[in-house]
Design a protein around this ligand. Structure first.
Ligand SMILES: [Zn+2]
Ligand SMILES: [Zn+2]
Length: 143
């Protein structure tokens, strides 16, 4: 299996991911929406051992969006890239939009309780108020 490649808009930061991505989710939380300037962030979790930075370490900057979460972005072009978690040091959250060669598809919409009012979810995927499994499923969409 070939590695998945990722890069920021200006291409200064590039990296590769070995092995399989974790489940891909569209995250509608207000922080992802603001971070990406978009209705949601499509993201997956990987193990830190799967992530290899190829270039641009000096262009990466960080922002702590909460006590637990650190967001990494390119300080040249501003692209939102990955997240790390104080309570799960072996996990990296990856932005799928920055990757090439992804074969997996989103499995669910998460944090839909803070979804943008102007965006209607029409993909028919399950919707969760927060992380799947951490709370009762809001509804299985089948519209
Ligand atoms: Zn960049
Ligand atoms: Zn989010």
């Amino acid at each position: 299996m070939s590695n998945i490649q990722g890069k920021c808009l200006c291409e200064a930061v590039s990296y590769e991911i070995s092995g399989q991505l974790g489940a891909v989710y569209n995250c509608h939380c207000s922080k992802c929406r603001r971070w990406h300037g978009a209705p949601f962030r499509t993201r997956a979790s990987i193990d830190v051992s799967q992530f290899k930075l190829l270039s641009g370490e000096n262009c990466l900057s960080t922002f702590k969006s909460s006590e637990n979460v650190t967001k990494f972005f390119c300080k040249v072009c501003g692209s939102p890239l990955h997240s790390t978690y104080a309570d799960r040091p072996n996990v990296i959250g990856i932005a799928i939009g920055a990757l090439e060669g992804v074969e997996s598809k989103p499995e669910a919409n998460i944090f839909t309780a803070s979804k943008a009012s102007w965006y209607e979810i029409t993909d028919g995927l399950p919707q969760y108020k927060s992380w799947p499994g951490s709370e009762a499923k809001v509804r299985e969409t089948n519209e």
